[in-house]
Design a protein around this ligand. Structure first.
Ligand code: PBG
Length: 388
């Protein structure tokens, strides 16, 4: 009956007065009158018990079910089976990406003290870690190289036999068909000053000179067989330059995972230890200010225009608002990087017995996924994939 269509609205309007709308068969005199003739009637005891919702009283029930005691959201939380059935967000090994460090010149893995459970791998143990991740169903691996010798321009980052290029070859040979192999495309692991680019005469990071280094890095990494490069230095124009450099050597199929929104974050702290970083000072002149969200959408527009195949927000948990904004405005896959400091916080609290480690890990990853990330870089990738 079309005439009754506005009735639920009337019901809503009357909630505050604790009155029910009139409807045929319930309110004497109002039968057939429709909403125009609706007169408030007092709440009956039956309504309070829920019984008013049954029998001849039932009409257009949604609005009346839409309030307590008819509506009881807890029904959908009554059992593990029910919760599993109605879950909106599920984690899957395929969406996990394992960041891994490989260090030149070591004969056994070196623990990273600020990241319990994470090591700097030898080439050999990296292969094993990659194989373990692949057999757990992990979707990808992101490689970081730690060279023995660092210099002002990060020479090892563009040496075809540099540690990162060797590691790419190793891992592609080991698991190349079963997992996506990615490499960090940035100079900070290779420079003695620890900045993500080369410096000008005043000691500032020189954007355009750095782009030339990135172009070369992209080519040596692609030559080594990497499937995806991850330019992470936050230089303006980096995605476009990398795309062009790859295409120039016939590597059209190498994809770019752009570090689109990357904040100058205290949560990268433990990573410095993981790559033996020589950084003094900070990256505030090139990474984003934590105060800004809108700026990320500008970075996003530029990265997409330059040819990013996938985009990333980093860190993850402190920037879920940015992640959601980015995810809502793109038509490419979105990744989030749960960074070293996020990992360290959970591990440290768990080691002290202050939080339940496994539940906290699952909750952080679920939240990152719920906020909009299809893919998550996490140091827990293998462990989580094994337990899913
Ligand atoms: C840059 C890079 C960094 C991280 C990933 N890529 C360091 C930085 O930007 O300072 C941090 C990752 C983490 O903290 O886990 N090559």
């Amino acid at each position: 009956m079309l005439a009754q269509f506005p009735a639920p609205l009337k019901t809503l309007a009357q909630r505050g007065t604790r009155h029910l709308p009139a409807f045929p068969g319930r309110s004497p005199g109002a039968a057939g009158a429709g909403p125009a003739g609706a007169r408030p009637v007092p709440v009956s005891p039956d309504f309070a018990s829920g019984r008013a919702l049954r029998g001849p009283a039932y009409r257009g029930g949604m609005a009346r079910y839409g309030e307590f005691p008819g509506a009881r959201p807890r029904r959908l939380r009554t059992s593990a089976a029910m919760r599993r059935l109605v879950a909106e967000t599920r984690l899957d090994p395929a969406q996990m990406i394992l960041p891994a460090f490989v260090r030149e010149g070591i004969s056994s893995p070196q623990a990273v003290s600020s990241m319990p459970g994470v090591v700097q791998h030898t080439r050999d143990t990296l292969r094993k870690a990659a194989a373990e991740a692949a057999s757990a169903g992990v979707g990808g691996i992101m490689l970081f190289g730690v060279p023995e010798v660092k210099d002002a321009v990060g020479s090892q980052g563009t040496d075809p036999d540099g540690i990162l290029q060797q590691a790419i070859r190793d891992v592609v040979a080991e698991v190349g068909d079963s997992m996506v192999v990615m490499s960090d495309l940035c100079l900070d692991e290779f420079t003695d000053h620890g900045h993500c680019g080369v410096l000008d005469a005043e000691g500032r990071v020189d954007n355009d000179a750095t782009l030339e280094r990135y172009a070369e890095m992209a080519q040596v990494q692609a030559d080594a067989g990497v499937h995806v490069v991850g330019p992470s230095g936050m230089m303006d124009g980096q995605v476009g330059v990398v795309r062009e450099a790859l295409d120039e050597i016939g590597k059209q199929d190498v994809a770019i995972l752009a570090y689109t929104a990357k904040y100058s974050s205290a949560f990268f702290g433990p990573f410095r230890e993981a790559v033996n970083s020589g950084l003094k000072g900070d990256r505030k002149a090139y990474q984003q200010d934590p105060a800004n969200a809108r700026e990320s959408l500008r970075e996003l527009a530029l990265d997409l225009a330059e040819g990013a195949d996938m985009v990333m927000v980093k860190p993850a948990l402190p920037y879920l608002d940015v992640l959601t904004k980015v995810a809502e405005s793109v038509d490419v896959p979105v990744a989030a990087y749960q960074v070293s400091g996020e990992y360290a916080m959970v591990e440290a609290a768990a080691a002290n017995g202050w939080i339940d480690r496994e539940r906290a890990i699952t909750e952080t990853l679920t939240s990152i996924h719920r906020a909009g990330a299809n893919m998550i870089l996490t140091y827990w990738a293998t462990e989580v994939a094994q337990n899913l």
